[in-house]
Design a protein around this ligand. Structure first.
Ligand SMILES: [Zn+2]
Length: 306
């Protein structure tokens, strides 16, 4: 099957930003900050900002990186050694039949950090979407910025009519957890379906295992009308992970497996000319991968319009 270029579709839909269009009866009449609409085939998709997150040291994002190289790269990318801010953005898919939210943002979990994140649900409402209309919520993994927003601090589900999806291994690991993770899990447990590698959770949307960042971290392959995009969750924490896929994040469950997933994803993305959606690269986090010598480079398909 011949793939049409993704950029054509982004431009087309992007061009419609200022024109009212119908979305489940509600119109989106003007540009909304932090929302980036685009299409994958017939699916209307939206990259939605949840906020930003500051890392307090380079070591947290680039564990084991040689100091001299890291310092040089930090200068190149203008990174503060003690306050590295990354974007948090996630994905809404309108398949035409159902609304699917991929990851829920930090929710109340960001309160202690001065509410720099946790805006995703509010953004949906700003778009004219009733959270009650979300039919499926996919959790790529258990970290707070993806899982924290499933319920509020009182345990009330934020998407009460949704079925929640999570990899079986992630669920098993979460069952051992205490604290906020246990509270979040308890709130959605009755509505949770666990998934396995290759499972289709909606027509054209398939779960792929990408274990390493967490025990059951997943990617999502999204296909419609001959076009495709791979949602890669937290396989990349920063653009530097394209150039240095061996640099793990200090909080990765299995650094070895995470590095392997990064390399496999990079090779596949180049080979198949895949479009990626990456949750912590500069907003909106959509782009392609280019080979650069022995390594790789991130090529965003669109710059920050939020
Ligand atoms: Zn994350």
């Amino acid at each position: 099957m011949k793939r049409r270029t993704f950029i054509t579709n982004i431009s087309f839909f992007g061009g419609a930003l200022f024109v009212p269009f119908q979305l489940f009866g509600a119109s989106l009449p003007h540009f909304i900050e932090g929302i980036f609409p685009f299409k994958v085939g017939k699916f209307k998709c939206y990259s939605i900002i949840d906020g930003i997150w500051p890392y307090a040291s380079l070591e947290l994002l680039f564990h084991g990186a040689p100091t001299a190289v890291l310092n040089q790269k930090a200068k190149e990318f203008n990174l503060s050694p003690t306050n590295i801010k990354v974007s948090l953005h996630f994905l809404l898919i309108d398949t035409g039949e159902e609304l699917i939210l991929v990851d829920t943002g930090a929710g109340d979990m960001a309160k202690e950090q001065g509410d720099q994140a946790g805006r995703l649900r509010h953004k949906l409402i700003e778009m004219g979407i009733d959270p009650n209309d979300i039919k499926k919520v996919v959790i790529s993994h258990q970290h707070f910025d993806h899982f924290g927003g499933v319920c509020n601090e009182n345990g009330e589900i934020r998407y009460p009519n949704a079925t929640f999806y999570m990899d079986r291994k992630e669920y098993e690991s979460l069952k051992e957890a205490s604290g906020w993770e246990a509270q979040r899990l308890k709130s959605i447990e009755e509505k949770l379906e666990t998934t396995q590698d290759g499972q289709e959770i909606s027509k054209g949307i398939k779960v792929l295992k990408a274990y390493g960042h967490t025990p059951g971290h997943i990617h999502l392959m999204i296909r419609s009308d001959g076009e495709e995009m791979l949602y890669v969750g937290d396989t990349f924490g920063h653009e530097l992970h394209f150039e240095y896929p061996d640099w793990a994040m200090s909080h990765e469950y299995s650094k070895e497996n995470a590095v392997q997933v990064r390399k496999e994803t990079l090779n596949r993305a180049v080979k198949e000319n895949l479009t990626l959606f990456s949750c912590h690269l500069p907003f909106p986090g959509i782009g392609k991968v280019e080979r650069k010598g022995e390594s790789f480079k991130w090529n965003p398909t669109s710059s920050n319009k939020g």
